[in-house]
Design a protein around this ligand. Sequence first.
Ligand code: CTP
Length: 400
Amino acid sequence: MLKGKHIILGICGGIAAYKSAYLLRLFIKAGAEVQVVITPAGKEFITPVTLSALSGKPVISEFFTANTGSWNSHVDLGLWADAMVIAPATASTIGKMANGIADNMLVTTYLSAKAPVFVAPAMDLDMFAHPSTRRNLQLLQEYGNHIIEPASGELASHLVGKGRMEEPENILKAVDEYFTKSQDLAGRHILITSGPTYEKIDPVRFIGNYSSGKMGYALAEECAARGADVTLISGPVSIKAKHAAIKTINIESAQEMYNASVAEFPQCDAAIMCAAVADYTVENQASHKIKREYDEIPVIRLKKNPDIAAALGSMKQDGQLLVGFALETDNERENALAKLQRKNLDFIVLNSLNEPGAGFMTDTNKVTIIGSDGTCQEYGLKDKKLVARDIVDTLTGKLS
Ligand code: CTP
Protein backbone atom coordinates (compact mmCIF):
# COMPACT_ATOMS: atom_id res chain seq x y z
CA MET A 1 0.00 0.00 0.00
CA LEU A 2 2.94 2.36 0.45
CA LYS A 3 4.07 2.20 -3.18
CA GLY A 4 4.23 5.72 -4.60
CA LYS A 5 3.05 7.33 -1.37
CA HIS A 6 4.63 10.62 -0.32
CA ILE A 7 5.82 10.47 3.26
CA ILE A 8 7.29 13.21 5.40
CA LEU A 9 9.53 11.65 8.03
CA GLY A 10 9.91 14.08 10.94
CA ILE A 11 12.88 13.38 13.18
CA CYS A 12 13.38 14.99 16.61
CA GLY A 13 16.34 15.09 18.97
CA GLY A 14 16.26 11.80 20.83
CA ILE A 15 18.55 8.80 20.98
CA ALA A 16 15.97 6.76 19.02
CA ALA A 17 16.79 8.99 16.01
CA TYR A 18 19.34 6.36 14.97
CA LYS A 19 16.40 4.01 14.30
CA SER A 20 14.85 6.60 11.98
CA ALA A 21 17.48 5.77 9.37
CA TYR A 22 16.24 2.18 9.39
CA LEU A 23 12.61 3.31 9.26
CA LEU A 24 13.45 5.54 6.30
CA ARG A 25 15.02 2.57 4.53
CA LEU A 26 11.92 0.47 5.17
CA PHE A 27 9.69 3.17 3.66
CA ILE A 28 11.93 3.43 0.59
CA LYS A 29 12.00 -0.37 0.20
CA ALA A 30 8.19 -0.38 0.36
CA GLY A 31 8.17 1.99 -2.64
CA ALA A 32 7.39 5.27 -0.85
CA GLU A 33 8.98 8.63 -1.59
CA VAL A 34 10.33 10.13 1.63
CA GLN A 35 11.16 13.71 2.55
CA VAL A 36 13.01 14.04 5.84
CA VAL A 37 12.34 17.07 8.02
CA ILE A 38 14.59 17.18 11.06
CA THR A 39 14.63 19.48 14.09
CA PRO A 40 17.88 21.29 14.98
CA ALA A 41 18.26 18.94 17.99
CA GLY A 42 17.65 15.92 15.73
CA LYS A 43 20.81 16.76 13.80
CA GLU A 44 22.82 16.26 17.01
CA PHE A 45 21.77 12.60 16.98
CA ILE A 46 21.89 11.66 13.31
CA THR A 47 23.52 13.45 10.39
CA PRO A 48 21.57 14.83 7.44
CA VAL A 49 24.18 13.21 5.17
CA THR A 50 23.06 9.71 6.21
CA LEU A 51 19.40 10.63 5.82
CA SER A 52 19.73 12.35 2.44
CA ALA A 53 21.79 9.40 1.12
CA LEU A 54 19.01 7.00 2.15
CA SER A 55 16.09 9.14 0.95
CA GLY A 56 17.74 10.49 -2.19
CA LYS A 57 16.59 14.01 -1.27
CA PRO A 58 18.16 16.91 0.62
CA VAL A 59 17.10 16.91 4.26
CA ILE A 60 15.06 19.92 5.35
CA SER A 61 15.74 21.48 8.71
CA GLU A 62 15.76 25.26 8.40
CA PHE A 63 13.21 27.69 6.94
CA PHE A 64 15.87 28.88 4.46
CA THR A 65 18.68 26.97 2.76
CA ALA A 66 21.84 28.68 4.05
CA ASN A 67 23.91 28.89 0.86
CA THR A 68 21.16 29.76 -1.66
CA GLY A 69 18.71 31.61 0.61
CA SER A 70 15.85 29.70 -0.99
CA TRP A 71 12.75 29.23 1.13
CA ASN A 72 11.57 25.78 2.21
CA SER A 73 7.80 25.95 1.94
CA HIS A 74 6.16 24.06 4.76
CA VAL A 75 2.79 24.69 3.09
CA ASP A 76 3.83 22.98 -0.17
CA LEU A 77 5.37 20.13 1.80
CA GLY A 78 2.20 19.72 3.85
CA LEU A 79 0.16 19.45 0.65
CA TRP A 80 2.64 17.08 -1.03
CA ALA A 81 2.43 14.51 1.76
CA ASP A 82 0.13 11.49 1.88
CA ALA A 83 1.29 10.93 5.45
CA MET A 84 3.56 12.55 8.00
CA VAL A 85 5.37 10.27 10.43
CA ILE A 86 7.18 11.81 13.39
CA ALA A 87 9.59 9.25 14.78
CA PRO A 88 11.04 9.77 17.26
CA ALA A 89 8.70 12.41 18.67
CA THR A 90 10.20 13.98 21.78
CA ALA A 91 8.26 15.45 24.71
CA SER A 92 9.26 18.92 23.55
CA THR A 93 8.04 18.50 19.96
CA ILE A 94 4.84 16.80 21.15
CA GLY A 95 4.24 19.82 23.42
CA LYS A 96 4.86 22.24 20.54
CA MET A 97 2.56 20.30 18.22
CA ALA A 98 -0.19 20.18 20.83
CA ASN A 99 0.04 23.92 21.43
CA GLY A 100 0.88 25.25 17.97
CA ILE A 101 4.36 26.55 18.82
CA ALA A 102 5.71 26.76 15.29
CA ASP A 103 9.35 27.66 15.91
CA ASN A 104 10.94 25.10 13.62
CA MET A 105 10.39 23.56 10.20
CA LEU A 106 9.04 20.28 11.59
CA VAL A 107 6.24 21.89 13.63
CA THR A 108 5.29 24.37 10.88
CA THR A 109 5.08 21.46 8.43
CA TYR A 110 2.95 19.52 10.93
CA LEU A 111 0.58 22.48 11.27
CA SER A 112 0.25 22.75 7.48
CA ALA A 113 -0.14 19.03 6.81
CA LYS A 114 -3.52 17.93 5.48
CA ALA A 115 -2.50 14.25 5.49
CA PRO A 116 -2.80 11.82 8.42
CA VAL A 117 -0.08 12.27 11.00
CA PHE A 118 1.55 9.42 12.94
CA VAL A 119 3.42 10.21 16.12
CA ALA A 120 5.86 7.69 17.65
CA PRO A 121 6.90 9.09 21.03
CA ALA A 122 10.30 8.25 22.50
CA MET A 123 11.49 9.50 25.87
CA ASP A 124 12.41 8.49 29.37
CA LEU A 125 9.70 6.70 31.37
CA ASP A 126 9.11 9.55 33.82
CA MET A 127 8.85 12.09 30.99
CA PHE A 128 6.36 9.84 29.24
CA ALA A 129 4.32 9.37 32.42
CA HIS A 130 4.30 13.14 33.26
CA PRO A 131 0.78 14.65 33.21
CA SER A 132 2.00 17.31 30.77
CA THR A 133 3.11 14.69 28.22
CA ARG A 134 -0.08 12.68 28.79
CA ARG A 135 -2.22 15.77 28.24
CA ASN A 136 -0.32 16.81 25.10
CA LEU A 137 -0.62 13.32 23.60
CA GLN A 138 -4.31 13.31 24.47
CA LEU A 139 -4.66 16.64 22.61
CA LEU A 140 -2.83 15.27 19.57
CA GLN A 141 -5.16 12.28 19.56
CA GLU A 142 -8.16 14.61 19.77
CA TYR A 143 -6.81 16.52 16.76
CA GLY A 144 -7.08 13.20 14.90
CA ASN A 145 -3.38 12.25 14.92
CA HIS A 146 -2.43 8.59 15.27
CA ILE A 147 -0.28 7.86 18.29
CA ILE A 148 1.99 4.85 17.93
CA GLU A 149 2.40 3.94 21.58
CA PRO A 150 5.97 3.43 22.78
CA ALA A 151 7.00 0.02 24.01
CA SER A 152 8.34 -0.91 27.43
CA GLY A 153 11.95 -1.91 27.79
CA GLU A 154 15.41 -0.59 28.59
CA LEU A 155 15.72 3.13 27.90
CA ALA A 156 18.73 5.31 27.08
CA SER A 157 18.93 6.18 30.81
CA HIS A 158 19.25 2.41 31.49
CA LEU A 159 16.01 2.63 33.42
CA VAL A 160 13.39 0.12 32.37
CA GLY A 161 9.86 1.27 31.55
CA LYS A 162 7.51 2.64 28.92
CA GLY A 163 9.05 5.18 26.56
CA ARG A 164 11.07 3.23 23.96
CA MET A 165 10.11 4.24 20.45
CA GLU A 166 8.14 1.45 18.75
CA GLU A 167 10.33 -0.65 16.45
CA PRO A 168 10.61 0.67 12.84
CA GLU A 169 8.92 -2.48 11.44
CA ASN A 170 5.87 -1.82 13.62
CA ILE A 171 5.76 1.88 12.70
CA LEU A 172 5.85 0.91 9.02
CA LYS A 173 3.09 -1.64 9.68
CA ALA A 174 0.87 0.96 11.39
CA VAL A 175 1.19 3.35 8.43
CA ASP A 176 0.71 0.55 5.89
CA GLU A 177 -2.40 -0.71 7.72
CA TYR A 178 -3.79 2.81 7.72
CA PHE A 179 -3.57 3.00 3.94
CA THR A 180 -4.92 -0.53 3.52
CA LYS A 181 -7.87 0.17 5.73
CA SER A 182 -8.25 3.80 4.91
CA GLN A 183 -11.04 3.39 2.41
CA ASP A 184 -12.38 -0.08 3.13
CA LEU A 185 -15.87 1.32 3.72
CA ALA A 186 -15.97 3.44 0.55
CA GLY A 187 -19.42 3.34 -1.06
CA ARG A 188 -20.99 1.85 2.09
CA HIS A 189 -23.77 3.41 4.11
CA ILE A 190 -23.72 2.76 7.86
CA LEU A 191 -26.43 3.59 10.37
CA ILE A 192 -25.39 4.22 13.97
CA THR A 193 -27.61 4.91 16.98
CA SER A 194 -25.93 6.66 19.87
CA GLY A 195 -26.40 8.38 23.21
CA PRO A 196 -29.27 8.17 25.68
CA THR A 197 -32.96 8.66 25.08
CA TYR A 198 -35.04 11.06 27.12
CA GLU A 199 -38.58 10.00 28.00
CA LYS A 200 -40.66 13.01 28.96
CA ILE A 201 -42.53 13.05 32.30
CA ASP A 202 -43.83 16.59 31.77
CA PRO A 203 -42.57 19.55 29.69
CA VAL A 204 -39.58 20.10 32.02
CA ARG A 205 -38.65 16.63 33.30
CA PHE A 206 -37.56 13.37 31.76
CA ILE A 207 -36.28 9.86 32.47
CA GLY A 208 -32.79 9.51 31.00
CA ASN A 209 -29.53 7.68 31.55
CA TYR A 210 -25.80 8.39 31.86
CA SER A 211 -24.81 7.56 28.26
CA SER A 212 -22.40 10.22 26.93
CA GLY A 213 -22.61 9.12 23.28
CA LYS A 214 -18.80 8.89 23.08
CA MET A 215 -18.71 5.28 21.86
CA GLY A 216 -21.30 5.84 19.12
CA TYR A 217 -19.66 9.08 17.96
CA ALA A 218 -16.24 7.36 17.88
CA LEU A 219 -17.80 4.63 15.70
CA ALA A 220 -19.30 7.24 13.39
CA GLU A 221 -15.94 9.03 13.00
CA GLU A 222 -14.13 5.73 12.36
CA CYS A 223 -16.64 4.60 9.70
CA ALA A 224 -16.58 8.02 8.00
CA ALA A 225 -12.77 8.15 8.04
CA ARG A 226 -12.79 4.77 6.26
CA GLY A 227 -14.97 6.08 3.45
CA ALA A 228 -18.54 5.33 4.60
CA ASP A 229 -21.52 7.63 4.50
CA VAL A 230 -22.81 7.58 8.05
CA THR A 231 -26.27 8.33 9.39
CA LEU A 232 -25.93 8.97 13.10
CA ILE A 233 -29.19 8.92 15.03
CA SER A 234 -28.31 10.56 18.30
CA GLY A 235 -30.02 11.14 21.60
CA PRO A 236 -29.21 14.35 23.54
CA VAL A 237 -25.44 14.57 24.12
CA SER A 238 -22.91 17.38 24.53
CA ILE A 239 -20.63 16.28 21.67
CA LYS A 240 -20.84 16.90 17.92
CA ALA A 241 -19.79 14.78 14.95
CA LYS A 242 -16.87 16.32 13.03
CA HIS A 243 -16.52 14.39 9.76
CA ALA A 244 -18.39 15.82 6.77
CA ALA A 245 -19.66 12.34 5.76
CA ILE A 246 -21.67 12.03 9.00
CA LYS A 247 -25.33 13.08 8.78
CA THR A 248 -26.68 13.50 12.31
CA ILE A 249 -30.37 13.08 13.07
CA ASN A 250 -31.05 14.42 16.56
CA ILE A 251 -33.88 12.77 18.45
CA GLU A 252 -35.02 12.70 22.08
CA SER A 253 -37.25 9.72 22.78
CA ALA A 254 -36.90 6.01 22.00
CA GLN A 255 -39.98 6.23 19.77
CA GLU A 256 -38.32 9.02 17.72
CA MET A 257 -35.12 6.94 17.48
CA TYR A 258 -37.20 3.95 16.37
CA ASN A 259 -39.00 5.96 13.66
CA ALA A 260 -35.75 7.37 12.26
CA SER A 261 -33.94 3.98 12.40
CA VAL A 262 -36.72 2.06 10.65
CA ALA A 263 -36.85 4.73 7.92
CA GLU A 264 -33.06 4.75 7.35
CA PHE A 265 -32.12 1.06 7.69
CA PRO A 266 -33.34 -0.16 4.25
CA GLN A 267 -30.79 2.17 2.56
CA CYS A 268 -27.90 0.92 4.74
CA ASP A 269 -25.33 -1.86 4.45
CA ALA A 270 -25.05 -2.15 8.23
CA ALA A 271 -26.43 -0.72 11.45
CA ILE A 272 -24.60 -0.43 14.76
CA MET A 273 -26.99 -0.06 17.66
CA CYS A 274 -24.91 1.76 20.23
CA ALA A 275 -27.62 3.87 21.90
CA ALA A 276 -28.65 3.33 25.50
CA VAL A 277 -32.36 3.20 24.73
CA ALA A 278 -34.84 3.57 27.58
CA ASP A 279 -36.72 0.30 27.96
CA TYR A 280 -39.82 2.13 29.24
CA THR A 281 -41.51 5.41 28.51
CA VAL A 282 -44.07 7.39 30.49
CA GLU A 283 -47.63 6.40 29.73
CA ASN A 284 -49.27 9.27 31.60
CA GLN A 285 -47.04 12.10 30.31
CA ALA A 286 -48.33 15.42 31.73
CA SER A 287 -48.92 18.21 29.25
CA HIS A 288 -48.30 20.83 31.96
CA LYS A 289 -45.55 21.03 34.54
CA ILE A 290 -46.41 18.77 37.49
CA LYS A 291 -46.78 21.10 40.48
CA ARG A 292 -45.63 20.54 44.04
CA GLU A 293 -48.96 21.70 45.48
CA TYR A 294 -50.85 18.70 44.10
CA ASP A 295 -52.87 17.04 46.81
CA GLU A 296 -51.56 13.61 45.92
CA ILE A 297 -48.04 12.55 45.07
CA PRO A 298 -48.11 11.89 41.31
CA VAL A 299 -47.64 8.34 40.07
CA ILE A 300 -45.58 7.85 36.92
CA ARG A 301 -46.93 4.91 34.95
CA LEU A 302 -44.59 3.26 32.48
CA LYS A 303 -45.12 1.35 29.27
CA LYS A 304 -42.65 -0.57 27.09
CA ASN A 305 -40.68 1.19 24.37
CA PRO A 306 -40.18 -0.54 21.02
CA ASP A 307 -36.97 -2.59 20.74
CA ILE A 308 -35.20 -0.83 17.87
CA ALA A 309 -32.48 -3.46 17.38
CA ALA A 310 -35.03 -6.28 17.32
CA ALA A 311 -37.16 -4.35 14.79
CA LEU A 312 -34.16 -3.89 12.48
CA GLY A 313 -33.27 -7.56 13.08
CA SER A 314 -36.62 -8.62 11.67
CA MET A 315 -36.31 -6.22 8.70
CA LYS A 316 -32.75 -7.31 7.88
CA GLN A 317 -32.15 -8.45 4.29
CA ASP A 318 -29.39 -10.67 2.93
CA GLY A 319 -26.17 -8.70 2.75
CA GLN A 320 -27.12 -6.34 5.57
CA LEU A 321 -25.34 -6.56 8.92
CA LEU A 322 -26.70 -5.68 12.34
CA VAL A 323 -24.48 -5.03 15.35
CA GLY A 324 -25.66 -4.57 18.92
CA PHE A 325 -24.18 -3.69 22.28
CA ALA A 326 -24.82 -5.31 25.61
CA LEU A 327 -24.12 -3.75 28.96
CA GLU A 328 -24.36 -6.45 31.58
CA THR A 329 -23.61 -6.75 35.27
CA ASP A 330 -23.95 -10.52 35.67
CA ASN A 331 -23.97 -13.69 33.56
CA GLU A 332 -22.44 -11.41 30.97
CA ARG A 333 -21.71 -13.78 28.11
CA GLU A 334 -24.91 -15.81 28.38
CA ASN A 335 -27.01 -12.64 28.51
CA ALA A 336 -25.15 -11.12 25.56
CA LEU A 337 -25.55 -14.28 23.51
CA ALA A 338 -29.26 -14.43 24.30
CA LYS A 339 -29.63 -10.81 23.15
CA LEU A 340 -27.72 -11.53 19.95
CA GLN A 341 -30.13 -14.34 19.11
CA ARG A 342 -33.29 -12.51 20.23
CA LYS A 343 -32.48 -9.45 18.11
CA ASN A 344 -31.08 -11.36 15.10
CA LEU A 345 -27.69 -9.60 15.36
CA ASP A 346 -24.55 -10.58 13.45
CA PHE A 347 -22.35 -9.74 16.40
CA ILE A 348 -22.70 -8.12 19.78
CA VAL A 349 -20.24 -5.94 21.65
CA LEU A 350 -20.30 -6.80 25.33
CA ASN A 351 -19.10 -4.20 27.79
CA SER A 352 -19.09 -4.94 31.43
CA LEU A 353 -20.09 -2.44 34.11
CA ASN A 354 -17.87 -4.42 36.48
CA GLU A 355 -14.69 -3.26 34.70
CA PRO A 356 -13.12 -0.04 36.03
CA GLY A 357 -12.71 2.42 33.13
CA ALA A 358 -15.38 0.74 30.99
CA GLY A 359 -18.96 1.70 30.23
CA PHE A 360 -20.77 5.02 30.67
CA MET A 361 -19.14 8.46 30.89
CA THR A 362 -15.54 7.23 30.47
CA ASP A 363 -13.14 7.82 27.58
CA THR A 364 -12.09 4.18 27.68
CA ASN A 365 -13.86 0.89 27.22
CA LYS A 366 -13.13 -2.82 27.49
CA VAL A 367 -15.15 -5.04 25.23
CA THR A 368 -15.66 -8.61 24.10
CA ILE A 369 -17.06 -9.17 20.62
CA ILE A 370 -19.31 -12.22 20.34
CA GLY A 371 -20.30 -13.36 16.85
CA SER A 372 -23.40 -15.21 15.69
CA ASP A 373 -20.94 -17.80 14.33
CA GLY A 374 -19.82 -18.59 17.90
CA THR A 375 -16.58 -16.59 17.80
CA CYS A 376 -15.59 -14.65 20.89
CA GLN A 377 -12.78 -12.08 20.94
CA GLU A 378 -11.73 -10.26 24.13
CA TYR A 379 -9.95 -6.88 23.92
CA GLY A 380 -7.98 -4.90 26.53
CA LEU A 381 -8.95 -1.57 28.11
CA LYS A 382 -8.46 1.17 25.49
CA ASP A 383 -9.56 4.58 24.34
CA LYS A 384 -13.05 4.47 22.82
CA LYS A 385 -11.56 5.60 19.46
CA LEU A 386 -9.41 2.46 19.39
CA VAL A 387 -12.33 0.30 20.52
CA ALA A 388 -14.27 1.79 17.59
CA ARG A 389 -11.46 0.67 15.28
CA ASP A 390 -11.65 -2.92 16.60
CA ILE A 391 -15.43 -2.98 16.12
CA VAL A 392 -15.25 -1.55 12.60
CA ASP A 393 -12.47 -4.03 11.73
CA THR A 394 -14.83 -6.84 12.74
CA LEU A 395 -17.64 -5.26 10.71
CA THR A 396 -15.58 -4.86 7.52
CA GLY A 397 -14.42 -8.47 7.86
CA LYS A 398 -18.06 -9.61 7.69
CA LEU A 399 -19.43 -7.22 5.03
CA SER A 400 -19.98 -8.99 1.73
N1 CTP B 1 -31.73 -1.59 22.04
C1 CTP B 1 -32.59 -1.01 21.13
N2 CTP B 1 -33.85 -0.64 21.52
C2 CTP B 1 -34.25 -0.82 22.77
C3 CTP B 1 -33.39 -1.40 23.73
C4 CTP B 1 -32.12 -1.77 23.32
O1 CTP B 1 -32.20 -0.85 19.97
N3 CTP B 1 -35.47 -0.44 23.13
C5 CTP B 1 -30.41 -2.03 21.59
C6 CTP B 1 -29.24 -1.32 22.22
O2 CTP B 1 -28.86 -0.19 21.47
C7 CTP B 1 -28.18 -2.40 22.23
C8 CTP B 1 -28.95 -3.68 22.41
O3 CTP B 1 -30.28 -3.38 21.95
O4 CTP B 1 -27.51 -2.50 21.01
C9 CTP B 1 -29.02 -4.22 23.80
O5 CTP B 1 -29.41 -3.20 24.69
P1 CTP B 1 -29.59 -3.49 26.24
O6 CTP B 1 -30.12 -2.27 26.92
O7 CTP B 1 -28.32 -4.12 26.77
O8 CTP B 1 -30.68 -4.66 26.17
P2 CTP B 1 -32.22 -4.72 26.40
O9 CTP B 1 -32.80 -5.36 25.18
O10 CTP B 1 -32.77 -3.41 26.81
O11 CTP B 1 -32.29 -5.80 27.56
P3 CTP B 1 -32.11 -5.62 29.17
O12 CTP B 1 -32.49 -4.22 29.52
O13 CTP B 1 -33.03 -6.66 29.71
O14 CTP B 1 -30.65 -5.94 29.46
